[in-house]
Design a protein around this ligand. Sequence first.
Ligand code: FAD
Length: 536
Amino acid sequence: MASKLLLITFAICRLLSTVGFTMDPLARVTGHVQLSSDPDDLEAASRDFGGMSRAKPLAVLHPASAEDVVSVVRAGSAHGFTVSARGHGHSINGQAQVGRNGRNGVVIDMSGPKGRRFRDVFTKPVLGKMINRSGASYYVDVWGGELWIDVLKWSLDEHGLAPKSWTDYLYLSVGGTLSNAGISGQAFHHGPQTSNVYELDVVTGKGELLTCSEEKNSELFHGVLGGLGQFGIITRARIALEPAPQRVKWVRVLYSNFSAFTKDQEYLISLRGGASSERFDYVEGFIIVDEGLINNWRSSFFSPRNPVNLTSIGAHGVFYCLEVTKNYDESTADMVDQVVETLLKKLDFIPSSVFTTDVTYLDFLDRVHKAELKLRAKNLWHVPHPWLNLFVPKSQISKFNDGVFKGMLAGNKTSGPILLYPMNRNKWDHRSSVVTPDEEVFYLVALLRSATQEGPHTLDNLRDQNRRILQFCEESGIKVKRYLPDYSTQDEWKGHFGEKWESFKEMKMKFDPYHILAVGQRIFRPSFTSHGIFDW
Ligand code: FAD
């Protein structure tokens, strides 16, 4: 124990002396770059949305440019300390931290310079236009730490354009979601966000600032997309845009029959690529295991004056809600109801369960923020979130329903939304680092739980339930892949990446040979530490 302490002290002293900073918050790595050791900054960087792991960094960098990122990464690789980019800290299991128990390195807070307005330092996003065989298409260049909500507001307000592929929640950073995949109900048609980016600027683990795309440094480009921050820090992303609709017809319908529900979802996503008037723009779904909440889920979508009456529907147990939208603007406003009606007629939901609302495009995309504000007001936002996100192959989703939704969860009070929707694998670029099941259609199952201090949903209980769900999948031969994965041994990561593992490892050696980046993912230990020193 004493020798362990000595080694830790030595490692910290080495870090402090070699990069030339002291605990003085104004100390410098090189020249102009200032690292902060302000206790508030360290505290903020040591936490995340999951609220389950904490690791205090030695210092925090609030970069004002890609060059600032380069300086710190170069110092890290030259002098042996780790560097983790933090987008908006919305990871669940410490993925944006510097290592769970150690003051091992520097967090780069990509949200920008402290005490100054983001826009005073970073230029506005820059609009661009490309001409290719299918005509002109627009894109926007943004800083890697830009939040999606800001990308949306800027492109909508200034140009009437918007990115094509989304996450349900927009207060996430561009670099953070591109390091995972970035999915929502548009993914069946457009693919994940990683399939809708043309070019990146990346600071590799060696401190090189490289531009990469399909054509240029393509190995790095594909590796970084879905690469869990392992090969470099994204400082700029070129994101595909499309003309933004003005409004959205937003429809929810209920099912009590699981196979009717999944058959309809699969039918709707098979319409990908079709004419806009012949498909929905967004297809999602969620599970209601707690009948008491059927009128009270996630937003004020269901009018309280018009509650769903389960007795009149004649159904009970687990319910499945299909959620779809159709975008429109002035030129298509007179057709939109007809398009929605025609598509709904092909589906097999409970007839009296159609709920429709009509909102602006911005309000639709920013819908989860409303729920966030409500939870914040009740002090329920900063609670532990033992989330579990799984990709389940289509052929095994029914078995999953029987064992998990009906078997383990039915009748229980809910601890948060449970999303369920399918996606088309051919919309995902398999050269990227993202891992999906092998089948052409697979489902996202997202158990988005919030833990309470007492009652059935304590952190321990929910974690235990997550373990039992994974165990059930293993024992039943359901070949799930985890989204936003959280493993801690290299064998587990090897199993996760499957056939991509060898090339993933090779890219790590090439772009981050000392393994200094994103150690919070717990994939590769830094090469300058032994197991004894670096504790994650
Ligand atoms: P962080 O948590 O800060 O970082 C995540 C990982 O990426 C870390 O390893 C970090 O080191 C690395 N990283 C961060 N920035 C960069 C960068 N610029 N370059 C390289 N690596 C970087 N995901 C979906 O796909 N769809 C959803 O609908 C969705 N909804 C969500 C709703 C909520 C309320 C929350 C909390 C999360 C949701 N997520 C969703 C998950 C989200 O995509 C991840 O949390 C993701 O990590 C983005 O969050 P962040 O920007 O805060 O990244």
